[in-house]
Each structure stands twice: as structure tokens, then as C-alpha cells.
Design a protein around this ligand. Structure first.
Ligand code: NAD
Length: 254
């Protein structure tokens, strides 16, 4: 049917997205640290350039769909890497692959955000401001001075705003762009968080009104919908897919 690029394709949600898009008939160019068509480290500028060039080579400069799943959880030791991968590794690929998407058929992109993005008041947070200003060195320093949960949640907050800030330009370019904010989803990243002595307890304390965690395939189903013709008028939105956790925490905000 078309050509799709998927980052984080080797594991969890990205692997489920890959399977889903392939079963729908797409040729998928997977990007990941290993076990991928394009092996690149999205935590560095050089790695992002290599990822972009690898995708452009594989798709011949014409891309129909882009799904950005690569990410690190709050449990990792290197907090600076969280902002480099989750924020810069996502927005830089969005921007560097926009021209290829413009050449695609009914082109659309989806980035995986998180329902953690609104748990802390981040509006004027210096870490979020540094990311949105494109100051990776400053954001890495600011993240290193925070804890893992704040670094992770801030990266997803800034990413969600970066997506919405692109709605006008991407709409003009004819490329739809949306985010999905999953809650707890059964993947290696979630298992890493569960095993963390502090963030594991935080995770357990979060209410999930539907009473269970998501499976990666359930998130992939929403990705496929947002990329497809049924969502032709959906653009610039962040879709929560978290079993109701965000509504339970912030019932009067949306
Ligand atoms: P996962 O660990 O199963 O998969 C993440 C993938 O990203 C891995 O394949 C990993 O190799 C890749 N990756 C990490 N660092 C990279 C780098 N420097 N360069 C290239 N690739 C790199 O995790 P997941 O749960 O499937 O996470 C997918 C996305 O969903 C992430 O952005 C995560 O923040 C988000 N998310 C997950 C949950 C959850 O509960 N699992 C909830 C909300 C949001």
C-alpha cells in the first residue's frame, strides 16, 4: 500500500506498530539501535542524521507514513539521554522527514507522547522551555539536575507542545500530524519502570479506571487509525489512550 518509517521498531509499541502496518500492506522501514532496517542512535545529532539519511535512502525520498515511538523511560540512569531521545530524537526526525512526507500519498505522522505529560505543572518549566527553544545542551543539563520522572514527563510535555506548534505549517504542507498519549502499556519500558524503587511505586499508585494496562497492539490499532483515511480530518491532536488515568487525575481539564 505505501511506505512507512517507524522508530523504536525493535520493541514494545514500535514493534507492534511495525507488525500492524505490515499486516495492512505497508513496507516498513524500521529505525532502532539494533534489529532494524536502519540502525542509528537517536540520542545524538549524528545518529539522527544517519537515521534520516537511512530512511530517505530506503524510501527513495517519498514517505507515506511516519511513526515515532523510540523512547526511554523514567527509570534509566542517564537522565540527559531521556530528553535527547524522547524530545530531540522525535522532533528532529519529524522536521527532517517532512519533505519526504509531502511527496507521499495521504501522508500522516504520529508520535508517541504520554499521559505523564500533564501530571506536573510544566507550563513555564525551564527544562520544557529549553527543549522547545531547541537548546539540547541546556535541556540535557537541566534534565540531569531533575529526577527521572520529571525528566521523562517534561520530555513528553514538550513533545506534545512541539507537535501542536507544527499543526499550522504541517496542515499547510498537507501532512497530518497527531500524538498519542498512552498510559501504562505492557512493554520492556514499563517493566523497567516497575522495577525502579521509586517510580515503580508511583506507577502502582496511579488509578486506571478501566482496571488494566494496555497491550502494545491496542496502541498500534490507534496509530493505524490516526494514519488512515478514517482520520482524514484529525490533525494537531493528542489522543489519550490510558484507560481513563488522565481523566481520573484531572477530571476538570482536557
Ligand atoms: P520499549 O523500551 O519497548 O521500546 C522503545 C524502543 O526505543 C526500543 O526498541 C529502544 O531500542 C528504542 N530506543 C531507545 N533509545 C534509542 C536510541 N537512542 N536510538 C534509537 N532507538 C532507541 O518501550 P515502549 O514502551 O514500547 O515505548 C515506546 C514509546 O511509548 C516511548 O516513547 C515511550 O515513552 C512511550 N510510552 C510508553 C508507555 C508504556 O507504559 N510502555 C506509556 C506512555 C508512553
Amino acid at each position: 500500500m505505501g511506505v512507512a518509517a517507524v522508530t523504536g521498531s525493535a520493541s514494545g509499541i514500535g514493534a507492534a506498530v511495525r507488525r500492524r502496518l505490515e499486516s495492512d500492506g505497508d513496507r516498513v522501514v524500521g529505525v532502532d539501535l539494533r534489529d532494524a532496517d536502519v540502525e542509528a542512535d537517536l540520542s545524538t545529532r549524528l545518529g539522527r542524521d544517519a537515521a534520516t539519511n537511512g530512511v530517505l535512502d530506503a524510501c527513495g525520498g517519498r514517505l507515506d507514513r511516519l511513526v515515532l515511538c523510540a523512547g526511554l523511560g523514567s527509570h534509566v540512569d542517564d537522565l540527559s539521554a531521556i530528553v535527547s531521545v524522547n524530545y530531540f530524537g522525535t522532533v528532529e526526525l519529524l522536521d527532517s522527514l517532512l519533505e519526504a512526507l509531502r511527496c507521499g500519498e495521504r501522508p500522516a505522522a504520529v508520535a508517541i507522547c504520554s499521559n505523564a505529560a500533564q501530571i506536573v505543572a510544566f507550563d513555564d518549566h525551564p527544562l520544557v522551555k529549553a527543549m522547545l527553544a531547541g537548546d539540547e545542551a541546556g535541556a540535557r543539563d537541566a534534565a540531569a539536575a531533575e529526577n527521572g520522572f520529571v525528566a521523562y514527563a517534561a520530555s513528553k510535555h514538550a513533545l506534545s507542545r512541539a507537535l501542536r506548534r507544527r499543526a499550522v505549517a504541517w496542515g499547510d504542507a498537507g501532512v497530518r500530524l497527531n500524538g498519542i498519549a498512552p498510559g501504562a502499556t505492557e512493554t520492556p519500558l514499563l517493566r523497567g519502570t516497575e522495577q525502579h524503587p521509586v517510580w515503580g511505586r508511583g506507577l502502582e499508585s496511579l488509578a486506571i479506571p478501566l482496571g488494566r494496562r494496555a497491550q502494545p497492539d491496542e496502541i498500534a490499532t490507534i496509530v493505524a487509525f490516526l494514519l488512515g483515511p478514517g482520520a482524514d480530518y484529525v490533525h494537531g491532536s493528542i489522543w489519550y489512550a490510558d484507560g481513563g488515568t488522565d481523566a481520573a487525575i484531572r477530571p476538570d481539564r482536557f
